[in-house]
Design a protein. Structure first.
Length: 308
């Protein structure tokens, strides 16, 4: 049985179509990623799955239950971590966990056992008396995750859980998530980080309320047409600006210490190098590289004739 079944789901806010006729299924025990820019509809989708808002049309089945008729059954077995930190800042770590355990009516013995397990799991044992407001960003996210897990849910919904978190805390957070996957918890999450997307069993690329692509990382990348040229050099912002003026903004993406130029032609290295010489750009290397999920996503939107 699939954990989530969505058929022709739509949701609007006044004249904005947040979700437009979405259909997808998520297998039990899978880690499923939803990738898209701000305003794509990711948070609306997650809030519907968590039974916090109702769709305008379509059917949604979560854990074998209809989200309208059986919302209480769904909430009992679902952990939801919203994008914005929403725990009580004036309560301690211990008090926040206790509050959420009581909210989900976790029996006292199980509550104590679960709290101890989660504190050890998240490395928050030494901070139980700290108020949430005193925690670092990474610790706050781990506390929020613990509160979402206090009732041992079968489904975990995470809305950009590591955005703004430092690299060390982000790695620790994902160590926890990967342990949960081993326990066969179904996990659906959104992220702006492509290295996180690569951890998924399957992905959905969503844009302006519609799913553009659905599949494994390999299946999605296979949809890319053309070539990706990778540039490394000094002053990447200036280099990107020059190439955007020549090739167009959609073709140029900065990835850390390198630039990707996506084009249909596979013989542009000489032209790229010539442009660098004409504009006194200091390039360290120019080469063709395999496309990434992000290259595929950007290229797909461009092909659809949309503007970001």
């Amino acid at each position: 049985m699939n954990t989530i079944e969505i058929l022709n789901l739509s949701k609007s806010y006044k004249d904005i179509n947040a979700l437009n006729d979405i259909s997808l299924s998520i297998n039990k025990g899978d880690m499923f990623g939803v990738i898209g820019p701000d305003g794509a509809g990711k948070t609306t989708l997650f809030r519907i799955l968590a039974t916090l808002i109702s769709p305008d049309s379509g059917s949604v089945n979560v854990l074998g239950n209809d989200i309208i008729k059986d919302s209480l059954y769904i909430r009992k077995d679902t952990g939801y971590m919203p994008q914005r930190f929403s725990l009580y800042q004036d309560l301690t770590v211990e008090e926040n966990l206790s509050f959420y355990a009581d909210l989900f009516k976790v029996p006292k013995i199980k509550k104590n056992e679960r709290t101890k397990t989660l504190l050890g799991f998240s490395k928050l044992e030494k901070f139980t008396k700290f108020k949430a407001s005193q925690l670092s960003g990474g610790m706050k996210q781990k506390l929020a995750l613990c509160c979402a897990l206090i009732h041992t849910p079968k489904l975990l919904i995470l809305d950009e859980p590591t955005t703004g978190v430092d690299p060390v805390s982000r790695r620790e957070f994902w160590e926890i998530i990967m342990e949960l996957k081993k326990e066969k918890v179904t996990i659906i999450f959104s992220t702006p980080y492509m290295d996180e997307a690569s951890k998924c069993d399957r992905l959905a690329l969503i844009y302006k309320g519609k799913i553009l692509l659905l599949g494994t990382e390999k299946e999605i990348i296979a949809n890319f047409t053309g070539s990706v040229y990778e540039i490394q050099g000094d002053n990447l912002q200036h280099i990107a600006e020059i190439y955007r003026k020549i090739f167009g903004a959609w073709h140029i993406q900065i990835f850390g210490d390198r630039i990707h130029i996506s084009m249909q032609a596979n013989d542009k290295i000489s032209e790229i190098s010539s442009i660098a010489r004409d504009n006194n750009l200091n390039l360290k290397s120019v080469k063709i590289v395999p496309s990434s999920i992000e290259d595929t996503f950007v290229n797909l939107i461009k092909e659809k004739g949309n503007e970001n």
